[in-house]
Design a binder for this molecule. Structure first.
Ligand SMILES: C[S@@+](CC[C@H](N)C(=O)[O-])C[C@H]1O[C@@H](n2cnc3c(N)ncnc32)[C@H](O)[C@@H]1O
Length: 222
C-alpha cells in the first residue's frame, strides 16, 4: 500500500495536515538531542522527511533511514541526493519487526507514523530498544485520537469523511486514506502506548500532544 501511494504521499501530507506535518517532525527530531555519541536510525523513514530533519539537527552524525517499502525509499533517495552532500544519510530496505542491525548500534531511534501500522507493536518497540545504545533516545511520533473537548468530534469527522475523499481525488487511492482513520481508531491512546514502551524496558517514558491532540510524540530512553 505504501509503495502504491509513494508518488503523492508528500503532497497528501501537506494537504491533510494544513502544512503542519514538518513542524511535528522537527519537534520529534529535537527530542533526540540528548543522546550518546553514534549514528541515528529513522525507522519507517518513508519518503525521508524525518531522516533529512535529523541530518539537519545532527550535522556530524550518520543517519540511517530504514523502510520496507521500496517505492517510498525511491522518493527518499531523490530528496536525499541534493541535500546530503556529505553522504551521511543512508537508506536501507528493512522490516521494523526484524531489524538487520546489531544490538546497541544507534545513539537514537525515531519513527514517525509507523507504530499504528505494525502487525506486532510490542515486537516493533522491542526492536527499537534492542538497537539503541544505553541512554539513547527512542522517539515515536504517531497520529492519536484528538482529546480536545468540543474539537474531537469535528476532527474525527474530518478524518473519516474528508481525508478519504481528498485521498481519492488527489492521492488517487481512496482505500489507503480510508485505512488511515480506521488505523487511528484501532490504535492505543498515548498513555497506553507509553505503558507498552515501559513494558519493553524503556525508561523515563513521556508523551507530548501536538496539533490539537491529533499527534503525540512519545519518548523514552534505552
Ligand atoms: C505513514 S508512513 C510514514 C513515513 C515517514 N516516517 C513520515 O514521517 O512520513 C508509514 C511508513 O511505515 C513503513 N512501514 C510500515 N510497516 C513497516 C515495517 N514493518 N517495516 C518497515 N517499514 C514499515 C511504510 O512502508 C511507510 O513508509
Amino acid at each position: 500500500m505504501f509503495s502504491r501511494i509513494a508518488g503523492r504521499y508528500d503532497l497528501m501530507n501537506g494537504l491533510m495536515t494544513f502544512g503542519m506535518h514538518n513542524s511535528w517532525r522537527r519537534a520529534a527530531a529535537r527530542e533526540t538531542i540528548p543522546s550518546p555519541g553514534g549514528p541515528g536510525l529513522d525507522l519507517a523513514t518513508g519518503t525521508g522527511d524525518l531522516a533529512l530533519e535529523l541530518g539537519r539537527v545532527h550535522p556530524y552524525r550518520t543517519i540511517v533511514g530504514a523502510d520496507f517499502a521500496h517505492g517510498m525509499l525511491t522518493i527518499a533517495e531523490e530528496k536525499r541526493r541534493p541535500e546530503d552532500s556529505g553522504g551521511r544519510i543512508r537508506l536501507v530496505e528493512a522490516d521494523a519487526l526484524s531489524l538487520p542491525f546489531e544490538a546497541r548500534t544507534f545513539a537514537f531511534v525515531t519513527s514517525a507514523f509507523l507504530l499504528r501500522n505494525l502487525a506486532d507493536l510490542r515486537q516493533g518497540l522491542a526492536e527499537m530498544r534492542r538497537v539503541s545504545r544505553p541512554g539513547g533516545r527512542v522517539v515515536a511520533l504517531e497520529i492519536t485520537q484528538a482529546d480536545l473537548p468540543g474539537w474531537a468530534p469535528l476532527i474525527r469527522a474530518y478524518f473519516h469523511h474528508v481525508v478519504p475523499r481528498v485521498g481519492a481525488l488527489v492521492g488517487g487511492d481512496r482505500e489507503a486514506y480510508t485505512y488511515l482513520p480506521q488505523s487511528v481508531d484501532r490504535f492505543l491512546t498515548p498513555p497506553g502506548l507509553c505503558a507498552l514502551m515501559e513494558g519493553v524496558g524503556l525508561r523515563g517514558v513521556k508523551c507530548r500532544r501536538l496539533g490539537f491532540g491529533t499527534v503525540t510524540i512519545h519518548t523514552g530512553s534505552a
